[in-house]
Design a protein around this ligand. Structure first.
Ligand code: NAD
Ligand code: ZN
Length: 349
């Protein structure tokens, strides 16, 4: 095992990231060292790159970032018996306490002491990442590593989309970012009748069309009510997935739901959002906050992909990790889906 490795690091408090040599972590008791094959860039990584107010508050430099990855087990810490070196794996990015009330009842996504890989401790944009064995997820060899690289984000989409029953339901998704588009694919796969997605970005709406949505609506210039009529909706949407973090989009969703409709809220805003409570009350809407993933979502994701859910349209860019700057540029341009970084090959050319 070599002693030093390449890693994409936030070197100091401020914008940007740097490719640096850092020590390869040593797995402690109960930990596993993973050799990283592929990683994907998440919106959170972009916040950290840009050093926005959220990043300034949460990130302690110097730190290796990144939490969407797939790789293989390189080394087992003392006492780890459930895994083998060479096994294909990914990892749940939220490291939880195992002792609080939610950890005890299986809702680890609500652990009161959760720590984020690549946010609160060193992450996976490196040749190796070290995590507790309880966070290791076995990945079947049949699955394409480019797709598995963003299972973490797929997990957010799965958690949100499958919160309420979908069979035969009409679904509105606000926000055609990578997670909204993946959620659209899940809703169609899970048997929704109509899936309508909104955004203000035509590039992303076009990507959503490739994922098989019934309508992709630019609400800056199209009337959602008209689209609902064209799609045969009579009383409004049954299920809403808020994936934009935008207050106007949420209010439009509230206005477009049928009485008794159910909304899952994933989108995070950088400022407080106000909404019309009277409409929520008189319509009898259910609003469910969604954070992270459930451990069971990891199984559902593998099985959906093996069952035929094709997420390949969402990958728009692939780069070698040494070209990570190009990946962040693509993400910041708004004209991207998932950006995958390759850590397995030597840089070409
Ligand atoms: P993203 O920022 O790439 O996508 C958000 C999309 O919403 C963008 O395409 C944007 O153009 C669109 N949008 C903005 N205003 C809109 C409006 N008025 N109507 C319709 N669309 C509008 O984000 P992503 O990576 O796809 O993630 C989706 C959201 O989920 C983000 O807010 C992110 O912060 C949040 N998130 C939450 C969790 C969680 O655990 N709760 C986890 C991951 C991401
Ligand atoms: Zn806990």
């Amino acid at each position: 095992m070599k002693q030093y490795m390449d890693a994409i690091v936030k070197p100091v408090a401020g914008p940007g990231l740097e490719l640096r040599q850092v020590p390869v972590p040593t797995p402690g008791p109960g930990e596993v060292l993973i050799k990283v094959h592929k990683t994907a860039i998440c919106g959170t990584d972009v916040h950290i790159y840009n050093w926005d107010p959220w990043a300034r508050e949460h990130i302690k430099a110097p730190m290796t970032i990144g939490h969407e990855y797939v790789g293989e087990i390189a080394e087992l810490g003392a006492g780890v018996t459930s895994f083998k070196v060479g096994q294909r794996v990914s990892g749940e990015g939220h490291i939880t306490c195992h002792h609080c009330r939610n950890c005890h009842n299986g809702n680890i996504q609500w652990c009161k002491d959760t720590m984020g890989v690549g946010v609160d401790r060193d992450g996976a944009f490196a040749e190796y990442v070290c995590i507790p064995e309880t966070n290791v997820i076995t990945i079947d060899e049949s699955l394409d590593e480019d797709i598995v690289s963003f299972f973490d984000a797929f997990g957010n989409a799965t958690h949100t989309a499958l919160m309420f029953p979908l069979i035969g339901e009409d679904v509105l998704i606000t926000g055609a970012g990578p997670i909204g588009i993946i959620a659209a694919g899940i809703c169609k796969f899970a048997g929704a009748r109509r899936v309508v997605i909104t955004d203000l970005n035509d590039y992303r709406l076009e990507l959503a069309r490739k994922m098989g949505v019934d309508a992709a609506v630019n609400t800056a210039r199209e009337d959602l009510n008209e689209v609902m009529k064209q799609q045969g909706l009579i009383e409004g949407f049954d299920v809403g997935l808020e994936m934009s973090g935008n207050g106007a989009a949420l209010q439009q969703m509230i206005n477009s739901m049928r009485n008794g409709g159910k909304i899952s809220l994933l989108g995070i805003s950088n400022k407080p959002i106000s909404m019309d409570m009277n409409t929520i009350i008189t319509k009898g809407l259910t609003m469910q906050g969604i954070y992270g993933r459930k451990m069971d979502n990891w199984h559902q994701m593998s099985y959906m992909v093996q069952g035929g859910l094709d997420l390949s349209p969402i990958i728009t860019h692939r780069f070698h990790y040494t070209d990570f700057e190009k990946g962040f540029e693509a993400m910041n341009s708004g004209c991207s889906g998932k950006v995958v970084l390759d850590w397995t090959t030597k840089k070409e050319g």
